[in-house]
Design a protein around this ligand. Sequence first.
Ligand SMILES: [Zn+2]
Length: 239
Amino acid sequence: MKKYSLLILMVLPFITMANTIPLEKLIGQFNEKLDQEFVALDNTVLPVNKSGMYLQKEPTEQLIKAYHDFKKQYPNNPFIIVSATRNYNYQNGIWQRKWDTLFPKLKNEQDTAKDILKYSSMPGSSRHHWGTDVDITSVSSDYFRSTNQGKILYQWLLENMPKYGFCQPFSEGREGGYNPEEWHWSYKPIAKNYLQQYKHILQQDDKAIISKLNFAGHNKIKLKALLQEYVLDVSKDCY
Ligand SMILES: [Zn+2]
């Protein structure tokens, strides 16, 4: 018995650590390029549409398998990573650009936020902060619905990505949150822990997150309600 108690005492800190993701990582306030858990996609076989993109190691390995299997079946069909990890600062740049265009027209903070949120996240609330999520080939639903190459790719992704651990968070048929995104896939074994923890903090201590967010309009919108809707309203496949 003694031996086992000692073993449990030794292992316990590691179990607890594994379940606790640092808040900075949950909200993207870190530099993925300097993080040891992240790898540069430029150093992999994955085709990319720009240099300098990073992902966590395990999703990268699984994505490479998916890529090879897709290419075996469809050698001439594009399978390109067009977005991977986007940290808070990067997301804030996207948000600010859209805000500067839309707010002068809509003249209302909540309306402006809701319009941006059709497709783009508030800094601090994007799944792209986590290093588990990627956009594949195109960020236009038209591509996946109306072109041959897009239809083939989407059908393949739906049928095969779960085998590699990926789910589609912004699927059809949810009640709120972002519009459907055929291109966005998430590495569930890791991302589900991020989602659980984000949900837990929103329920227990939302100020811990909210006090760290400082983007255009943040203090004029229904921030907590928007975080709950856009972070939590994802496909049940991703929980
Ligand atoms: Zn995405």
